[in-house]
Every structure is written in structure tokens, then in C-alpha cells.
Design a protein around this ligand. Structure first.
Ligand SMILES: [Zn+2]
Length: 212
């Protein structure tokens, strides 16, 4: 049985997720914890629930999604999984960091590159890696078939879609990623996005004003 806990962190109200199964192993997705109390919140949750972090993944590497990578890496000694194409996004964060007075995020040393359509695993659970570019140059989404859970990063939101005005963004590519990749999954699939509340694919097919 898969469980999920969301946290909303940093200046950008970014959603960080922890997912775990009956083994107690867990995966941390897009840790955005920046302020000390946010890091403490994530750590306490993992410790209080006796979880064992096994996997650290980024859907993409915009600054709000990577601010807590170093903390997770240092605390639980994990490599970072990301799509290789997102290295450019990671290093491109300097300008945003300066704008917000945040120290420039450094690309971690220990990286594992995600291949589209491959699987990532923790405990008894595996997620499929879906290549869904458009919001950023090599955004990926993660899909868990049995639980019908989709981690969509900033590709798709409840009643909205990811912005495409940042470097590496491409509107048509984003629409194609949503319609040709995400919308091929079951309608009842629950979507957990990088910002805002969760939704389902069926609901977005019907109600999302950007996808009519
Ligand atoms: Zn983003």
C-alpha cells in the first residue's frame, strides 16, 4: 500500500512529496525545503514515521524544486535522480537565486540520470518515468500503476498548466506532453502537482481551461 504526504515549502509555495510503502522505505520528490524549520519539518516527519529514505528524485530542476536537495543528500546519503537534460536548468538557476537573495544552488556530485520509460524503485514499489517536457527542457513525471498516482511536477496543475516562459519552456511541447502522455493514463489517476492541490486526470480532461 502506497502512502503519500505533501509539504508546501519555500518562497514559491512548492510541493514536496514523501511516498512510502509497507516496507517503510520511502522516496523524496522535489525537496524544496529551504528555511531551517522546513528542513526540520521534513526530517521530523520521516523520523516520526520511522521511514527509510531510499530514493531522491527531481521532476525538473527549477530552483523551487531543488532547494532542499543538499539537505536530503547530506542527511540520508542519497544520490540524486534527475533527467540529464535538466542539468542545464539546474545551472540556470543562478539568475533566479540572485533575484531572490538565495545562495546559488550547486549541482550535487552524486547523480543518477533517469531514462524515459524506465522504472525507479523503493521498497516494493516502482514508478514509471515519463518524459514530459515543455515546462522545462527535460521535465519528467512519475507514474505508479497499481495505486494510479501521478507525480506531475509543474507540467499539469488543477485547472492550470505549467508556465512556458522560462528558459527551456515550449508551449506546444507542454500541451503534447499532457495530451499525448499524461492523458493516456487512466482518468481516475490522482495527480500530485508541484504547486497547488491534487486533482485527477479525468477532472482535468473535463475542466482544465487550458486544455480544451
Ligand atoms: Zn518549475
Amino acid at each position: 500500500m502506497l502512502h503519500i504526504q505533501g509539504f508546501t515549502f519555500n518562497h514559491f509555495q512548492e510541493n514536496t512529496y514523501v511516498l512510502w510503502d509497507e516496507t517503510g522505505s520511502c522516496m523524496v520528490v522535489d525537496p524544496g525545503c529551504y528555511f531551517p524549520e522546513e528542513k526540520e519539518q521534513l526530517k521530523s516527519f520521516i523520523e516520526e514515521n520511522k521511514l527509510k529514505p531510499e530514493l531522491l528524485v527531481n521532476t525538473h530542476c527549477h530552483i523551487d524544486h531543488v532547494l532542499g536537495n543538499d539537505f536530503v543528500i547530506d542527511t540520508w546519503k542519497l544520490p540524486l535522480h534527475l533527467h540529464q537534460g535538466e542539468l542545464k536548468t539546474y545551472t540556470g538557476n543562478s539568475a533566479f537565486a540572485a533575484m531572490f537573495g538565495i545562495p546559488k544552488p550547486q549541482v550535487p556530485e552524486n547523480l543518477i540520470f533517469l531514462e524515459p520509460n524506465s522504472k525507479i524503485k523503493f521498497g516494493n514499489t516502482s514508478f514509471q518515468v515519463l518524459f514530459t517536457p515543455g515546462h522545462s527542457v527535460a521535465s519528467v513525471s512519475f507514474y505508479q500503476k497499481e495505486s494510479k498516482i501521478l507525480l506531475a511536477g509543474d507540467v499539469l496543475f488543477k485547472q492550470s498548466i505549467g508556465r512556458t516562459d522560462l528558459p527551456g519552456g515550449n508551449h506546444q511541447q507542454l500541451i503534447d506532453s499532457i495530451k499525448q502522455v499524461l492523458f493516456k493514463l487512466p482518468d481516475e489517476c490522482i495527480v500530485f502537482s508541484g504547486h497547488g492541490p491534487s486533482t485527477t486526470l479525468g477532472e482535468e480532461k473535463l475542466n482544465n481551461p487550458y486544455l480544451r
